[in-house]
Design a protein around this ligand. Structure first.
Ligand code: CP
Ligand code: NVA
Length: 307
């Protein structure tokens, strides 16, 4: 994986995802023992963020520093990507200074263009389309909790957004069934479903529902995300109406398997897509999931940036 980009889960093979999980476990075990492998000594990671972030920014900065490197964070105020300067020029210049870039943007094409012209690894830190670092963490967390990925029913309740898309792709790449319940107009689009089916090589791994209770039947994992993603704030009121029956609450959990784990990428809108009772309850693994962002991103950085 040396010098590869991570723009979409579609860029990864199954063995590469398994390697990320293996290295994550090794680095997490070392971290728990109080040891940090300084495999990125002297490496500098650029962070370019057009949107807000807490987990992604902090976990990536901590990851590179714990592995011996350094991070430089820039927002649109400094770079003004594509406006102050062509993306192509930013890519070419930053490739001369940095060893890798993690970038969070609105348009997915911005990240694709940066990657096209950069000669260093580019990591998607969330776009409107995908959130691959999150999805790798999510499936790693499921593996950690259940000790297996076999016969685990994973159900996403809500918007067919960036988080749901990357999670679906990760499941399909690993031959895992993926279930999603979304309201009309907010489900995966037809092109994305075709892409998932192609990725599944003829296997019937993708299961679409309208009714959240039907989807949640015997679920081992219930995953949800905000009803209104960054950049959609003007639609918040409409979305609150459309998604009101797609809340992860105690009644929905009654449909699930006894060992159900509740996941959320965070930030959560408590009282909207998830209730306080559920996110703070005994089935919730959301903070373990957030912690694992650090360990998974360390593995990604180690695999892409070490030469
Ligand atoms: N889950 C996640 O990416 O959180 P941030 O937006 O805080 O980075
Ligand atoms: N779907 C959310 C995820 C935030 C981590 C968003 O794009 O805002």
């Amino acid at each position: 994986m040396k010098n590869k980009d991570l723009i979409s889960i579609a860029d990864l093979s199954r063995p590469e995802i398994e390697e990320i999980f293996q290295v994550t476990k090794e680095l997490k075990d070392l971290h728990i023992k109080g040891v940090e492998e300084k495999c990125l000594s002297g490496k500098i990671l650029g962070l370019i963020f057009e949107k807000s972030s807490m987990r992604t920014r902090v976990s990536l900065e901590v990851a590179i520093v714990q592995l011996g490197g350094y991070a430089i964070y820039q927002t649109q105020t400094e770079i003004n990507l594509g406006k102050r300067e062509a993306i192509k020029d930013v890519a070419k210049v930053l490739s001369r200074y940095l060893n890798g870039i993690a970038i969070r943007t609105f348009g997915h094409d911005t990240v694709q263009e940066l990657a096209k012209y950069a000669t260093i690894p580019i990591i998607n830190a969330l776009t409107d389309l995908y959130h691959p670092c999150q999805a790798l963490t999510d499936v790693y967390t499921i593996l950690e909790k259940f000790k297996t990925l076999e016969n685990i029913k994973i159900v996403f309740i809500g918007d067919g957004n960036n988080v749901a898309k990357s999670l679906a792709q990760t499941c399909i790449k690993l031959d895992i069934d993926f279930h999603i319940a979304s309201p009309k107009g907010y489900e995966f689009d037809a092109d994305f479903i075709s892409e998932l089916k192609h990725m599944a090589n003829g296997k019937n791994l993708i299961h679409l529902y309208r009714n959240p209770e039907e989807a949640a039947e015997n679920a081992n994992v219930i995953y949800t995300d905000t009803w209104t993603s960054m950049g959609q704030e003007a639609e918040a009121e409409i979305r609150r109406q459309v998604f009101k029956n797609y809340q992860v609450n105690a009644a929905l959990l009654k449909k699930c398997a006894d060992n159900v784990k509740v996941m959320h990428c965070l930030p959560a809108h408590r009282g909207e897509e998830i209730t306080d009772e559920v996110i703070d309850g005994k089935c919730s693994v959301v903070y373990d999931q957030a912690e694992n962002r650090l360990h998974v991103e360390k593995a990604i950085l180690k695999l892409l940036l070490v030469r």
